[in-house]
Design a protein around this ligand. Structure first.
Ligand code: ATP
Ligand code: MG
Length: 548
């Protein structure tokens, strides 16, 4: 048993089960339907299922819940495996629910044999009408009284393709007056003449989730089947299937609150719509809350796992501030991402009294970690600063560059703005400055205080790159259809950005802190020149909004 205390109600249940001997070990499963890419909500489920099993010395299966042939695809299968393993988890086994179709069929025959399932000819609308409501009991189907023999014959005929889609279904015979609507003779099997991505045309009947899921868990001998709260009302049916199909040992279902994030849509159906309608560039668009989008954006698996840990596991639904996710990646990258200087919107600065041909300065890679060493940063007569770091007529408290004002260049000299050069339309095109040669680190006036410190790059050695900065895909407005809440201005591109030479050799996926700007990651679009995604800014809006 784990040495630490249980940190949520699921762990409490597991500890009780291990103590009482209900189970001798822990086997969980993560059961995605391969009908889309995984999102950050799935990460919570993955972290919970794998994390809990690991904590108790157990294991977790990755099971593709591929019982609905219409929406499933091999592309999704591959992406799911990649995402789970990228998050840092190793499945005990990679399994497919479709491998259990024979077993499920046998279980259905068992129920028919026990008089607990019947073939029903009502169509979907009629079944709905007969079901009744929360305040009214349902009515029994006229086909409920079919004999075991007739049901068996019809069910085989369904399997053999004798009927069209929707013509017949197999239903459980439970209780049409049950206060729980899920128990009013739920459908177990439907007819669907559709090719399945693994079983091809072997089957034209497919099991419904509520029938298939407990059987999948039973087949794999899952000890703790953890799912989201909306299945709480389905638990009696889960137990009914497990009992009546004589599953031994019996798996048990437990429900936890799904993750909802502010300004984020989290349903595969909606995310697919964004992809299909070309609103984003793909499932891995860096604005998407998918694992692949977060990965491309530059999120680390450590940060996502940390986030999942911090939000905890609760029994009631709530919404988590997306600022917490950002806080987690910021914290991780603050400790791990080397520093570089990049200028997103360059403004040229010529240092007129700098007469050397150039020099090499040193900058630390990680200010708090000496072991990370230093790097060479070249300096010369012409440099670039951020256009926004200069104002001709600044308001008070503008501690950046302005005519007649001094600033320090990060890890270099103090400069003073002497002259402003403009083009014919009055736009500032260049600054002429002077520098204090003694103000370099170690120099006689190194300690001289000036209010602002700016990042910069050397014009001679800086390398052009593109920087992309992202906003949320959804506006803060929480009313209305999500398509009306789309933030159409969610990408800002800086096509003329420049990065210091030491950053120019970066390869796809590498992450940096750009001094004074935030955290950035090399995008897969980098070909002739580097493209950086802004992962997150430096400023933490989280500690302000929430108390942690
Ligand atoms: P979606 O509604 O986004 O399509 P889903 O629940 O249909 O999600 P599945 O592939 O069936 O997706 O989910 C696999 C597992 O992930 C399930 O156990 C499900 O409960 C869990 N899961 C899905 N979304 C969330 C979420 N937002 N928070 C926590 N767990 C989730
Ligand atoms: Mg689903």
């Amino acid at each position: 048993m784990a040495e630490t205390k249980p940190s949520n109600f699921i762990e409490e249940i597991i500890e009780d089960d291990l103590t009482s001997g209900r189970v001798g070990h822990v086997l969980t499963r993560f059961p995605p339907e391969p009908n889309g890419y995984l999102h950050i909500g799935h990460a919570k489920s993955i972290a919970l299922n794998f994390g809990t099993a690991i904590k108790y010395g157990g294991q977790c299966n990755l099971r593709y819940d591929d019982t609905n042939p219409v929406k499933e695809d091999d592309e999704y299968i591959k992406s799911i495996y990649r995402d789970v393993t990228w998050l840092g988890f190793t499945p005990a086994a990679v399994l497919y629910a479709s491998d259990y179709f024979d077993y499920m069929f046998t279980c259905a025959l068992l129920l028919i044999g026990k008089g607990l399932a019947y073939v029903c000819d009502l169509d979907a609308d009629q079944i709905r009408q007969y079901r009744g409501t929360l305040t009214e009991p349902g009515r029994e189907s006229p086909y409920r009284g079919r004999s075991v023999e007739e049901n068996r014959k019809l069910f085989f005929e369904m399997k053999d393709g004798r009927y069209k889609d929707g013509e017949k279904v197999l239903r459980a015979k439970i209780d049409m007056a049950s206060p729980n609507l899920n128990m009013r003779d739920p459908v177990l099997y439907r007819i669907l003449h559709a090719a399945h991505h693994r079983t091809g045309d072997d089957w034209c009947i497919y099991p419904m989730y509520d029938f298939a899921h407990p059987l999948e868990d039973a087949y794999e001998k899952i000890t703790h089947s953890i799912c989201t709260l909306e299945f709480e009302d389905h638990r009696p049916l889960y137990d009914w299937v497990v009992d009546n199909c004589a599953c031994d040992p019996a798996p048990h279902q437990y429900e936890f609150a799904r993750l909802n994030l502010t300004q984020t849509i989290m349903s595969k159906r909606y995310l697919k719509k964004l992809v299909d309608e070309g609103i984003v560039s793909g499932w891995d668009d860096p604005r998407m809350p998918t694992i692949s989008g977060l990965r491309r954006r530059g999120y680390t698996p450590e940060a996502i796992r940390d986030f999942c840990e911090r939000i905890g596991v609760a029994k009631s639904n709530s919404e988590v501030d997306i600022a917490l996710l950002e806080h987690c990646v910021r914290e991780h990258l603050n400790d791990t991402a080397p520093r570089r200087m990049a200028v997103l919107e360059p403004l040229k600065v010529v240092i007129e009294n700098y007469e050397k041909s150039g020099e090499t300065l040193q900058s630390e890679n990680m200010p708090k970690d000496e072991a990370a060493g230093t790097r060479d940063v070249s300096f010369s007569r012409a440099i670039y600063i951020e256009r926004a770091d200069f104002m001709e007529n600044p308001p008070g408290k503008f501690f950046r560059l302005a005519p007649g004002k001094e600033v320090r260049l990060k890890n270099a000299y103090i400069i003073k703005c002497e002259n402003v050069i403009k083009d014919g339309s009055g736009n500032v095109t260049e600054l002429r400055c002077s520098y204090d040669p003694d103000s370099k680190s170690g120099g006689p006036t190194a300690g001289r205080k000036v209010k602002g410190t700016l990042h910069w790059v050397d014009a001679e050695t800086a390398v052009p790159c593109e920087v992309r900065s992202y906003d949320y895909l959804l506006t803060e407005d929480t009313n209305g259809d999500f398509m009306d809440r789309l933030n159409i201005d969610s990408i800002e591109t800086f096509p003329d950005a420049l990065i210091e030479k030491a950053g120019a050799a970066a390869s796809h996926g590498e992450r940096f802190q750009f001094v004074r700007q935030g955290y950035f990651c090399v995008d897969k679009d980098s070909a002739e020149r580097l493209v950086f995604n802004r992962i997150v800014g430096l400023k933490d809006s989280f500690s302000k909004t929430l108390d942690i």
